[in-house]
Design a protein around this ligand. Structure first.
Ligand code: NAD
Ligand code: LMR
Ligand code: MG
Length: 556
């Protein structure tokens, strides 16, 4: 029999002290005579698959998660490639767009600008204060590439936390999805009678910072063991609040640091394959970023360590990175630049602005083209062919989400590079056949990083998340490919292995926290790697009912 947890909001501030346990068998007659766990699992899958639209599948899975969380996570873990795109990118983008229309029940904390001065009282209403370990916090201002969605951004926090639970075994009751409501500039939502947020435009930067200062302070008091993941803040605020709080509280920004880490990892693997084909040294790669927001610059900053790992200085590393924004190549002579772009502004170009991507490619001669621009199909056939002409194995990563904003699709990238592309996208694409071979697209999404990074930071009881911990998560992911995966030409591991990968990343992150002296759980220092890995695995939460019955989960 499967568990039905009473939703916490039906019980006021009741505290769930322990992880959910299998319920006692219900009294005779309260369930149908032939109800059986294994068959019920098949029934849930069949119900899910009977729905035509992905948004209906999302709604079904949300209901399953509320009514029977163990079954939900069992289904998710046993079918990661099928379920991830439904509870996360890309379907979660549609769920956000429609949130005020498909809303059924609360899940998470909503804190609005009207709560300023009394945020403490709102936090106290959270029913599982003592259990809280990880929160994903968004202000809804830049949800995926979909723009300002205001309070409709809540499903992003919920989706990320579902992956923490499924992918790293974080206990469900220790997660807090949070959406801050600081208004929205989305005119369509402001005019929508069903919109669930405050009907006002976004507050000023000064008001927002005063609010954020109070919020972060009160969070640290209410939830002293909590790690905070900032998610989908607009680029200026993403950089601002990461810098403002990162040395004061355990916090990281997923779009800047998580994305930087996942792309560095895929790039390390792709660059080796690309250099093997071209015979050019790793240190000679030139990377062109199409998109210079929090994600583009965040990845650029992290990719500098690709070059420093090859022995280049930071100054030399910077020379290998080129940024493009909506006005073309970013260079100093162009005029005033946003603060976050200055680090990569070129000093070696003095001509008129170059705005056309093909012209920029001819100027830069990149070995890698990375898209974080929210611009669908920006990598046209001409662009892909130009990359193919410059490189025996071009690295092309269209990383914008959701899938309909991807700079190109896998098929076009393969066909326009004679099948030689080294490819990773933000959202998933299907594998394909080309010249009698199966080719596999990589998914360069921070979902490979944040579960393990968060788990490691929580278990180490890290007081802050250092750059070295983020880099350790990235190198750990790059290392985690099996020989079979490398044999298939993959640059990211199979998502089915996410638990194993998260445990490995967590170990690397804990070691980095120890080196940086930010770990409070100092007993872990004396453990050897084997014992530390066992400790990490022992801390992972699992849905209770019988993996053995339904498939081989030996890697869990
Ligand atoms: N794969 C991942 O894990 C991952 C992680 C984070 C963000 N992202 C995606 O990256 C995208 C960007 O996120 P962000 O926070 O940096 O957003 P942003 O809006 O701050 O940045 C977008 C950048 O693209 C540039 N741009 C827009 N239109 C352009 C055009 N036509 N030509 C050239 N440049 C153009 C803008 O000038 C800006 O620099 C989003 O779609 C997001 O979903 C993916
Ligand atoms: O949410 C995702 O799928 C990745 C990333 O954090 C994004 O903002 O696009
Ligand atoms: Mg994001």
């Amino acid at each position: 029999m499967t568990i039905v947890l009473t939703p916490f909001w039906c019980n006021g501030v009741q505290k769930l002290k322990k992880a959910p346990q299998p319920p006692p068998k219900p009294a005779h007659g309260l369930t149908p005579p032939a109800l059986d766990d294994t068959i019920h699992y098949e029934r849930c899958l069949a119900q899910l698959r009977s729905k035509d639209k992905n948004i209906e599948k999302y709604i079904y899975l949300s209901a399953l998660k509320e009514q029977d969380p163990h079954m939900f996570y069992k289904v998710a873990l046993l079918h990661m490639p099928e379920i991830t795109p439904l509870i996360y990118t890309p379907t979660v983008g549609d769920a956000c767009l429609q949130y005020s229309h498909i809303y059924r029940r609360p899940e998470g904390l909503f804190i609005s600008i009207n709560d300023k001065g009394k945020i403490r009282n709102v936090l106290k209403n959270w029913p599982r204060i003592d259990e809280a370990r990880i929160s994903v916090v968004t202000d809804g201002s830049r949800i995926l590439g979909l723009g300002d969605l205001g309070v409709n951004g809540m499903p992003i926090s919920i989706g990320k936390l579902s992956l923490y639970i499924a992918g790293a075994g974080i206990r469900p009751e220790s997660t807090i999805p949070i959406c801050l409501d600081l208004g929205t500039n989305n005119e369509k939502f402001l005019a929508d009678p069903l919109y669930l947020g405050l009907r006002q435009r976004r507050v000023s930067d000064e008001a927002m910072t005063a609010f954020m200062d109070e919020f972060m302070h009160e969070m640290s008091i209410a939830f002293p063991k909590l790690l905070i993941q900032f998610e989908d803040f607009s680029t200026d605020h993403a950089f601002l609040y990461l810098e403002r709080y990162r040395n004061k509280y355990p916090v990281f920004n997923d779009d800047i640091q998580g994305t930087g880490a996942v792309v560095l990892s895929g790039f390390l693997n792709a660059a080796k394959l690309s250099s093997a084909a071209s015979g050019r040294p790793l240190s000679s790669h030139r990377i062109l970023f199409f998109g210079a927001g929090s994600a583009g610059v965040g990845v650029g900053l992290q990719l500098m360590s690709f070059f420093t790992l090859q022995g280049l200085s930071k100054e030399e590393a910077r020379e290998h990175i080129y940024l493009v924004d909506s006005q073309g190549l970013v260079y100093n002579d162009r005029g005033p630049l946003a603060e976050h772009k200055k680090v990569f502004a070129r000093n070696d170009y003095h001509g008129p602005p170059i705005t056309n991507l093909l012209d920029i490619i001819a100027h830069v001669k990149p070995t890698a083209l990375l898209g974080l621009s929210t611009t669908k199909d920006a990598f046209t056939a001409d662009v892909l062919q130009a990359m193919g002409a410059l490189n025996p194995r071009p690295i092309i990563f269209p990383l914008s989400n959701p899938v309909r904003l991807s700079e190109c699709n896998f098929e076009d990238a393969v066909e326009n590079t004679a099948g030689q592309v080294l490819f990773a996208s933000g959202s998933p694409f299907p594998e394909m056949q080309f010249n009698g071979k199966t080719l596999y697209p990589g998914q360069g999404n921070n979902m490979y990083i944040f579960p393990g990074l968060g788990l490691g930071a929580i278990l180490a009881r890290a007081t802050s998340v250092t750059d070295s911990m983020v880099e350790a998560s990235s190198l750990g992911l790059a290392e985690s490919l099996t020989p079979e995966e490398r044999g298939l030409g993959l640059i990211y591991p199979h998502i089915e292995r996410i638990r194993e990968i998260s445990a490995f990343i967590a170990k690397e992150v804990i070691r980095a926290a120890q080196k940086a002296n930010v770990d409070h759980h100092t007993e872990l220092r004396s453990m050897n790697d084997k014992d530390l890995t066992e400790f990490i695995n022992s801390k992972m939460w699992n849905p209770y009912n019988g993996f053995a019955k339904v498939g081989n989960m030996s890697h869990l």
